[in-house]
Structure formats: C-alpha cells, structure tokens
Design a protein around this ligand. Structure first.
Ligand code: FAD
Ligand code: N01
Length: 541
C-alpha cells in the first residue's frame, strides 16, 4: 500500500486492517500484521490494553489455566523476559503482563483508546469496510477483524426491582479501578459462577455480613495455587518448543494426559485414585479428563460428579448448606467448572450465609435490599456476579452490515453461522477471532488466540501474494462447518445444560451450542488443511 492509498478517503482504504479490541487477541494481531507490513488501526473501548484483565478487577480474579500455559508463546525472547509469580496469576499481574507486551512491541501507537466501534459497513463496489466509532471518526479498511472477546459484554441485570436499590452496586465484570472497601458492610453477592466463586472468599474476609444468592450451584475444585507447577516448568526448560507444540496439538490447548480409562468399567480403586490425583492437581483439564468417557456417558460423568459432591459435604459443616451447594441439575463439565481458593469453606464462617434461590426465589430488589419468597434482607452493597452475553454479545452489539445491507445481528438471529468459526457468508473480508464455531472458550484461550491470529495473518499475506483483495466463505462450506460443529456438540453431554455455552443465560438468546467442541488439535488441522488447499471453501477475488 502506498501513502496515497492510505489517504485515499472513501474511495480507497485508509488502512489495510481495522482491529477492534486490545486484549490478548487484538494485541497479538496488531503485532503480527504490522510485522508483515500491513497498516493497522486498533480501536479499544477501554482506556488501556488488557481486555478481560483490564475490566475484571474484582477481588480474587485470577486465571484458571496455569500461567505456564496462559501466556503468549510466539516469541521465545518474550518468554525469557517474563516470569510468572504463581501457578494461577492474579488479575493485576496478568494486566501488567499485557501492558509489558504492549510496551515491548510498541503497540500502543496504533491503538485508539476510549473509543468504541459502533458500526462497520461493507462497500461492495469499493471492496472496503467503512468503520464508524463513538468519537465520530470514520475509517475505511480492506479487512475488518473483531477481536472483541467472548466474555466482554456483561449481562444486563434481569432481576425485578434492580434499579431501585439505593446502596452501592458493583459488577464483578466492571469492578472499580480504585477498588472497593467492603469493611464492616452488609454485602449481597448474586451469582455463583467462576466470578462469584473466586470473589466470595475475599469479600467474606472484609464484609461484616455476606449473603450469597445462589440460583444454580456450580462444580468447583480447589486451585491449590502456589508457585508455577514444577513439572511444567521442567518440561519447558528441557524443550520449550516441544512443550508448546504439544499444547498446540492437544485437545484443550494445554499438554495433558489423554486417558483411555472408562469410568463405567474402571475398578473402584482406579476411579478413586484418578479422581484424587486430579483433585490434588487442581487443574481444569485434569478434572475434565479423569475418565475418557465422562464427557459423553452420563453414568461415567455421575461418578466424577458424586465424588465432587462428597468433597463438598466433607468441607461444609452445615449439612443443609452443603447439600444446597452440591450441583445436581447438570452434568459435570457441561458448565465450566470453577477453580477456587477456599470457596466451600467460606460457608463455615459465622457471618456468611447461602440463600438457595431454587427454594426461595428473589421476588424483588428493593431500595434497601433483596426480598425473597420468605424474607426481606437489608444490604449496604449488592455485587452482581451474573455473567456475560457470551461469544456473540460483542459481535452483534456492533452494527456490522455486510453485503446487500444484511446485518450480522439479522443473519445470526437464530444462532451464529460461520465457516471455521472465523468468517461468515455475506461478510467479505470479515473475521471474528475466537468466535462461535471455534474452540475458543472451551480451550486455553492463549493458544486458541495465537492460532487464530496466525491463520488470519497468514491468509492476508497469501492474498497479497496472489494479488487478491477479497475473501469470503461459500455457503456450502459454511453449512458443512455448522453441521460439523453441531454434530460434535450432539455427541457430548454439553448441550443438556442451561449454560452460557448454550446461550441459556441471556433471555431470548438463540439456544445452540456456541463453541466448537471437537478439540484444539482437530480444529487446527482443519484450518491448516483449508490453507494448504488454497483456501478450500472460500471464494477469492
Ligand atoms: P478480551 O480480553 O475480552 O478483549 C476484548 C476487548 O475488546 C475488550 O477490551 C473490549 O473493551 C474491546 N471491545 C469489545 N467491543 C468493542 C467495541 N465495539 N469497540 C471497541 N472495543 C471493543 N481464558 C483462559 O483461557 N484462561 C483463563 O484462565 C481465563 N480466565 C478468565 C477470567 C475471567 C474473569 C474472564 C472474564 C475470562 C477469562 N478467560 C480465561 C477468558 C478470557 O476472556 C480470554 O482468555 C482472553 O483474555 C480473551 O482475550 P480477547 O483479546 O479475545 O478478548
Ligand atoms: O458468569 P456465569 P461468570 N438471578 O454466567 C447467576 C470465565 N471466567 O462471570 O447458573 C440469580 O458463569 C447464574 O445463575 P444460573 C469462565 O469461562 C473465568 O461467573 O444462571 N442468579 C450464575 O450463578 C466463566 O465460565 C474465571 O442459574 C443469576 C452466575 O450468576 C465465564 O467467564 C473467572 C441471575 C453467572 O455465572 C463466566 O463466569 C471468572 C439472576 N437473574 C470468569 N443471572 C476464572 O476462574 C445470573 N445469575 C479464570
């Protein structure tokens, strides 16, 4: 691209690529595209880089994939320059890391902060996207990439009376940067997903009274946090490349044992031994892989689920509270299991109480507190840990208009439809990183993000080399991929749960299984094959 092109105005692209979002994905994409000589503008709604780790500053916020793996691997030098202090780093440390990455590669100079992308329109005649921002700026580009995150749009409070509460209100996903002093306060937490389960033990340390409003108990295992795992560090030290390659070709993006032990046929002592080892490891993919068949066979799944419930009953003193904390309405792993630090034991503290909303639902939030079917409670603070409009919220939240004036929101009204979880028919030169139909939230996102960024960048380099300017998937390729995504989900237990993976947490959201459950390894192979076959399933022009 020449300087003239860059300043060409509506008739020509001002930049090659506009990227939305400056989290893990947007940062690495900017770095790679720039290194390949593309001109790039990144727009970010926040005032700095970090994405998830910029916004989610609640007490106890940490990663749940070990830092040996939840980290960029594209540059061995970067890996040498950064040492993680813990197995599961806290939010401030992960944010510092992403800030360090931004500084190290001088990324901020191409990022416009405090700016939301509000719309993007495809101009079929010019073969360009025209991107509109909240500051009134309009930028035209050849390629438009949304690195807007799967868990970046908080779910709006959907509880009767919520706006009436006159006390302090906080969302875990938008925690104030200056922190919150809860000392001596009567605090309510609504929600017991990963955010609630991570924050509740720390909130309990400060609050005078803590009441946890639980609609669905979640499976949670102790993180056993501490120093970075010695075995993984040793493997990395011995052969970093081999370790990273193993991660790329694993099912979940973390090198992990693949077992052929079936829960239903294994002797009791083998079951127990395998479960206890996974419990002690405190790692997601260990507990999800106790048995080869736990993700597909209800009987095998129940063995793991009941062992987790036994642990909960052994930790929580009050039998009624313990039983209420035992998940029974979904199979283990069909909602993302949580990794906690003292969650269940928190309910043994005298000032902490669990309200089981299945027995006594919230009737309304009042000016002074929360009323349930049987009681009125007064609070100084309500904390909402109520989750996100996941996977598609940030994508359809922007007015993206493709060919023939069809918006992404209209096209996906009955659920997302993609080719490779990256692209969609009718939207040429458009990509959504870690979008629906890709392994994304079921995997170590650091690995999945690097894979998507590398594929997209390589694709743009290939297009340029061929003298092509436009790429769009074909309808049969998209139909085929959608079918494959649905088939993989259908043989698993996942679609049986009312999870955010199914869009079940947002009223009115289409109920389909959003991510691709076929594995990081198989997904990578599919993407590699498409590239090797000269972009089979795409129309290039
Ligand atoms: P994000 O980090 O979400 O960044 C997207 C950015 O896009 C945001 O900064 C947002 O402000 C911006 N944006 C969105 N829309 C617009 C717009 N229209 N205009 C301008 N800017 C916009 N994953 C793991 O693999 N392991 C973990 O341990 C893990 N822990 C997590 C803990 C929490 C609390 C949460 C919420 C998620 C966690 N995840 C984890 C998932 C996590 O989201 C990803 O790992 C990763 O950080 C996503 O990076 P991203 O760049 O794709 O998206
Ligand atoms: O959100 P969630 P989250 N009334 O949707 C409840 C990642 N993450 O922010 O299950 C009452 O899981 C809701 O109840 P129910 C991770 O991928 C990772 O906690 O719908 N309750 C549920 O209990 C995770 O999966 C970490 O019945 C209401 C909770 O709120 C994802 O982000 C940390 C309600 C929401 O749980 C989302 O996690 C944090 C209502 N009206 C996040 N509405 C790590 O540990 C909702 N709820 C790395």
């Amino acid at each position: 691209m020449t300087a003239d092109d860059r300043n060409a105005g509506p008739a020509g692209p001002q930049v090659d690529v506009v990227v939305v979002g400056a989290g893990f994905a947007g940062l690495y994409l900017l770095h790679r595209l720039r290194a390949e000589g593309f001109s790039v503008r990144v727009f970010e709604a926040a005032s700095d880089v970090g994405g998830t780790w910029f916004w989610n500053r609640y007490p106890g916020a940490r990663c749940d994939i070990p830092t040996t793996d939840y980290t960029f691997s594209f540059d061995p030098e970067l890996e040498r320059e950064w040492t993680w202090s813990e197995k599961y780093a806290t939010q401030p440390e992960i944010l510092r890391y992403l800030q360090f990455v931004a500084d190290r590669y001088d990324l901020r100079r191409d990022i416009t902060f405090d700016t939301r992308v509000e719309g993007a329109d495809w101009d079929d005649v010019a073969g360009l996207w025209v991107v509109r921002t909240s500051t009134g700026e309009t930028v035209s580009c050849r390629h438009y990439v949304m690195a807007t995150g799967c868990l970046s749009v908080p779910k709006a409070p959907d509880i009767e009376g919520a706006p009436r509460f006159a006390g302090e209100v906080y969302f875990t996903s938008r925690w104030p940067h200056e922190g919150v002093d809860l000392t001596g306060k009567r605090v309510a937490v609504v929600g017991t997903g990963s955010s609630g389960i991570q924050s509740i033990p720390l909130i309990a340390q400060q609050a005078a009274q803590l009441t946890v409003f639980q609609r669905t108990p979640n499976f949670s295992i102790p993180a056993h946090n501490g120093p970075a795992p010695a075995d993984r560090l040793a493997q990395l030290a011995a052969d970093r490349d081999a370790y990273r390659t193993a991660a790329k070709w694993s099912r979940g993006g973390v090198p992990a044992e693949v077992t052929d032990v079936l829960g239903v046929t294994a002797p009791e002592e083998v079951r127990r031994e395998r479960f206890e080892a996974a419990w002690e490891a405190g790692e997601l993919f260990a507990i999800l892989g106790v048995f080869a068949d736990q993700g597909v066979n209800p009987a095998s799944n129940e063995i793991v689920a009941e062992m987790v419930r036994e642990k909960i009953r052994s930790i929580v003193d009050d039998p009624e509270t313990a039983e209420a904390l035992c998940p029974k309405d979904h199979y283990f792993g069909t909602k993302r299991p949580c990794l906690d630090s003292g969650y269940h034991a928190t309910f043994n503290m005298p000032h902490v109480r669990l309200v089981d909303l299945r027995k006594t639902p919230i009737t309304t939030i009042t000016e002074t507190g929360i009323d349930t079917a049987t009681e009125s409670n007064e609070f100084d603070v309500i904390v909402y840990a109520t989750g996100f409009d996941a996977m598609t919220g940030a994508l359809v939240g922007v007015d993206v208009t493709g060919r023939d004036g069809v918006t992404l929101k209209e096209k996906w009204a009955d659920g997302p439809s993609t080719y490779l979880g990256l692209t969609t028919v009718g939207f040429p030169n458009f990509c959504a990183l870690t979008g629906p139909g890709s392994p994304s939230v079921l995997s170590n996102m650091a690995v999945s993000i690097e894979q998507h960024v590398d594929w997209v960048t390589d694709c743009l380099v290939d297009l340029r080399a061929k003298g092509m300017t436009t790429i769009e998937p074909t309808p049969p390729a998209e139909d085929g991929w959608n079918q494959h995504v649905a088939d993989c989900a259908a043989i698993s237990l996942h679609p049986t749960a009312n999870s955010w993976y199914m869009g079940a947490n947002v009223p009115g959201k289409p109920r389909v299984f959003y991510p691709y459950i076929g594995g990081v390894d198989n997904y990578r192979a599919a993407c590699d094959e498409v590239r090797a076959t000269d972009y089979l399933g795409f129309r290039l022009s």
